[in-house]
Design a protein. Sequence first.
Length: 232
Amino acid sequence: MNNPRIIVALDFSNKKQALEFASKLDKNLCRIKIGKELFTSAGPQLIEQLMSYGFDIFLDLKYHDIPNTVANACRAASDLGVWMVNVHALGGRKMLIAAQEALSTKKTKLIAVTLLTNLNKSDLYEIGLNEEPIDIVQRLALLASDCGLDGVVCSAMEAPQLRKMISKDFCLVTPGIRPLNGNKNDQARVATPQEAIQNGADYLVIGRPITQSNDPLLMLQQLNYEIEMVQL
């Protein structure tokens, strides 16, 4: 596949586990996401090793700070050679523009997190956000698009509305993907791979259904097959 749609979340605690698991995957069938725990434990060296295996890396650190700090962090991530990096849309327009400008001459994609997929309406109410989750997501996605970002992280349930509102070139990355009859774990807004693609998602972030599978490569092949059937 020239453009794998699945991003495997390597939610491991150390470099050894991550590399052992990555060796079971096929770089032609997926990309890899590195999050906060693993990056804190293993650092940039792990990213370099995984890229030497041929994997594209989504560095999922969700930067949210003052504009200059976020811009410098995005630039440093791009210098590592990662395929994609993200920031929090709630950081606001100045921060988003600073991040975009830092990567304007780089190949690294920049996307923004709208709302984390474990949050529901009652969670949002507790922090003073009294709107429906979809309304908040739409506003933040439009802000990210207006600031020149490449896309957003959103729930697959929110993807159809965003596809109607924003250019097809705007990338939608959807976590909270679970196979049919799969365990939701700690996600509140989830979808199957087929539903996510039909709803307009570009890339699917999938962790435990693959990393906890008895045969990760077979699971990856099956999920890719399901995606291909939707695209036919």
